[in-house]
Design a protein around this ligand. Sequence first.
Ligand SMILES: O=C(O)C1=C[C@@H](OP(=O)(O)O)[C@@H](O)[C@H](O)C1
Ligand SMILES: C=C(OP(=O)(O)O)C(=O)O
Length: 437
Amino acid sequence: MRFVGPGRILPVTEVWTTPHRSAPVDAVVSLPGSKSITARALILAALSDGPSRIVRPLRARDTDLMAGGLRALGVGITEDGADWVVNPGRLRGPAEVDAGLAGTVLRFLPPVAALADGPVRVDGDPRLRDRPNAGLLAGLRALGVEIDDGGRGRAPFTVHGTGRVRGGAVEVDASESSQVVSGLLLAAARFDEGIDLAVAGDLPSMPHVEMTVATLREHGVEVTATERGWRVAPGPIAARDVVIEPDLSNAAPFLAAALVTGGRVTVRDWPEVTTQPGAQLDKLFTQMGAHVARTAEGLQVTGPETIRPLVADLGEVGELTPVLAALCALADGTSRLTGIAHLRGHETDRLQALDEVLTAVGATVTQLPDGLVVEPGPHRAAQVDSYADHRMVHAAAVLGLAVEGVTVTDPGAVSKTLPDFCERWADLVGATAGVGS
Ligand SMILES: O=C(O)C1=C[C@@H](OP(=O)(O)O)[C@@H](O)[C@H](O)C1
Ligand SMILES: C=C(OP(=O)(O)O)C(=O)O
């Protein structure tokens, strides 16, 4: 697959032979910034009351698309070394926004587009058009925004911005993605009446909503938790320079390498306190038998002799599922991962994709309505697809450490959040990159 984003065309690589390694890895790795924190920083900088600097943002397809979408609305975003300098301006339409395959752009940008003074059309990759978005569009309509989506509740759609949004009380169904809640809360201080948002149904990925609330408060926005949701008071969003934490979800495959090989991996600059869901890796890897410690350098994971199966509700940390499920296929018993029905609406239907990939390498997988049961079996080599999903490539890499002969078609999907993943992985396991066509 060829990914075309603003200002970049990423190389096409057809097949990646994942490196196999049975000897223990022993490595210290540094990782680029968090996708989720970078996305929030960009939105709030664009809506704030003055210029600001984003230090060490993640530069990858999703965050470049977010910057591109905001630029299309008239926001000044320039590079200064590795930083972004953001100059908010009058938000304008008409504009076209390419959301690629980014849920963050699909759900965080439309509430900003509603504040523009003209129509803003949002579209993206073919798969983006399948990603659920009815909750966000219905929520925006209830707040007084006109949207033309042909009744599909998905991209492509046009937000008919009028320069202002009434805001007020709204109930939203965010059971398919927490990003619906985050998107509305992020822009709400700029709505005439702010927002009084009540959540209907189950809300996945709670740490990501907590990240949204914490980030808003850091920008001086008044956010109150209510019985069924959150209230955001109307008012200015303070401009603020921010330093982006490393992406702890992208740390998952690297730390998992310690479990697979019985080795030791440290991820540098692990934050003391964070709202990233990756904070739960400590507890999850410990359950799987690893020893997890904080050292002066960062978070250190030391692998066990055999990986223990995992029985866990991953509803809060859905984006960690592909790597954890890969570990489950290498464990010494049956794992049960639940609370993740919404993963069917991610970059791909991740429950189906994981079923296919783990089965291909020898596991027996049962799909539940909201999860997976994974029973490891004798390993076999397999060629698997990336499903255009960065985290499926990460999962295949983890499997390939233990199972000789795992190859991945279309590994370029990693460009979504970590474009040089394959090279970093090769460094970690001490092998060459092995990407060919
Ligand atoms: O707010 C965010 O930055 C995210 C929220 C989660 O979305 P869902 O709630 O749709 O899973 C997560 O999976 C995604 O990778 C990033
Ligand atoms: C679900 C994910 O991404 P998105 O922000 O596109 O939903 C993810 O990165 O795992």
